[in-house]
Design a binder for this molecule. Structure first.
Ligand code: GLU
Length: 423
């Protein structure tokens, strides 16, 4: 499909994998690569599907299904998070692994992309059930992961505690402590200072850069954040501290709106570990209404396919910075780009997470730990450079930022597979 062709609503492609393949194809062809490179990179080189039993607190055994996809290891080991979510599918995990490759390519990290997921709802599970699930999943995928093969991290509804259990399980299996097996760990187990806020910090840097090119000031800018998990909640806090007015936030159950700006500090104190907070309030609006609010900056920080041809035309934000993976469909991207909305795509917008994960792995490999300031300075440098490279490519080639980001992100991998003689 060509860049300017906008599909009617009913033809919109909501399948994240084929949507990704379309844009990979376009990016590679614009870079002058032949069909063999696309054939190799359109799917992960390896996807493991596992089924494993977990003993529940009531004594019964439940069998769970999980996946781990490794897109391509021509650059180095694969890298990417593990999500626990009822809607996980094999195609979704595959697409997410490709997006990780693009992120690592843009930031120039020595990794290909990987991703894992388990079909489950941790909100319905006890702490100990989650622990047994995390450990069983690591045992199930242990053959293909490791510090020089594939390095996991947190993603939707997993956190540093889950990483700690996974690290412990892996270290037991290998019979030595392996902090470089997984990132996003607690500090006491070799985690990096600044990792917990890194995704949001990266998003905030992108917002600052995007506002700058759009001639918008952050002071009093109206910001809407969809999702109040790790990325969304810290981001709301950073925006609030930067003088912006966070007028809307949401979680999986609803959204809060106040045109005078919400009290972010109190919301942060009251949310649970899954980012749930709206249940405590009566006057909520829907997630759909939240996305269409009159605002300057919109940050989708929840899940996929939130901005589609159904609502793209009603979106009023001038800047959208994607903190979630895949919140906007390819078709909606085109429509919004034509309207003049600046979209900073996920593969750039949320790359602060994997960038600091890389710093964590480097520190684990060296056994030498950095200060929070060092982490922040290095993140700032990489994020600004990534933003500039993608923005300049978009401007020079007259492309939307997503296609430009894919071109920047896939280039090194296409080069690497050719240099290795794989194509
Ligand atoms: N899950 C995060 C992402 O989608 C972080 C991955 C990582 O740190 O490896 O980018």
């Amino acid at each position: 499909m060509s860049q300017n062709e906008i599909l009617p609503k009913d033809k919109e492609n909501l399948d994240v994998l084929s949507g990704t393949q379309e844009i990979i194809k376009e990016a590679l062809s614009k870079l002058g690569y032949g069909p063999e490179v696309y054939e190799l990179l359109k799917e992960p080189m390896r996807t493991l599907a596992v089924r494993f039993p977990v003993r529940m607190d009531d004594g019964t055994v439940k069998v769970f299904t999980g996946y781990r996809a490794q897109h391509n290891d021509s650059i180095g080991p694969t890298k990417g998070g593990i999500r626990f979510h009822p809607d996980v599918t094999e195609n979704e995990v595959k697409a997410l692994s490709i997006w990780m490759s693009i992120k690592c390519g843009i930031a120039n990290l020595p990794y290909g992309g990987g991703k894992g997921g388990v079909i489950c709802d941790p909100r319905e599970m006890s702490f100990r059930e989650q622990e047994r699930l995390a450990r069983a999943y690591v045992r199930a995928i242990s053959q293909i992961v490791g510090p020089t093969k594939d390095i996991p991290a947190p993603d939707v509804m997993t956190n540093s505690q889950v990483m700690a259990w996974m690290l412990d399980e892996y270290s037991h299996m290998r019979e030595f402590d392996s902090p470089n097996f997984i990132t996003g760990k607690p500090i006491a187990l070799g985690g990096s200072l600044g990792r917990d806020t890194s995704t949001a910090r990266g998003v905030a840097i992108c917002i600052r850069e995007a506002a700058h090119v759009k001639g918008l000031t952050l002071e009093n800018a109206r910001v809407v954040v969809q999702g109040f998990g790790n990325a969304g909640s810290y981001l709301a806090k950073f925006m609030h501290d930067a003088g912006a007015k966070v007028v809307g936030i949401s979680d999986a159950y609803g959204a809060l709106y106040d045109e005078r700006g919400l009290d972010i500090d109190s919301l942060l104190e009251r949310r649970d570990s899954f980012g749930t907070v709206t249940k405590l309030f009566k006057n909520t609006i829907s997630n759909k209404e939240l996305l269409e609010l009159d605002c300057d900056i919109l940050v989708p920080a929840a899940i996929e396919n939130q901005i589609t041809m159904e609502n793209a035309d009603n979106i009023k934000a001038k800047i959208i910075v994607e903190a979630a993976n895949g919140p906007t469909t390819m078709e909606a991207t085109k429509l919004l780009a034509e309207k003049g909305t600046l979209i900073v795509p996920d593969v750039l917008g949320n790359s602060g997470g994997v960038i600091v994960s890389y710093f964590e792995w480097v520190q684990n490999n060296q056994g030498y730990y950095w200060t929070e300031q060092e982490v922040e300075n290095r993140l700032e440098e990489l994020m600004v450079r990534s933003f500039e490279t993608v923005y300049k490519t978009a401007q020079a080639r007259k492309l939307d930022m997503r296609l430009a980001a894919y071109m920047v992100g896939i280039k090194r991998m296409a080069e690497a597979v050719e240099l290795r003689g794989w194509v």
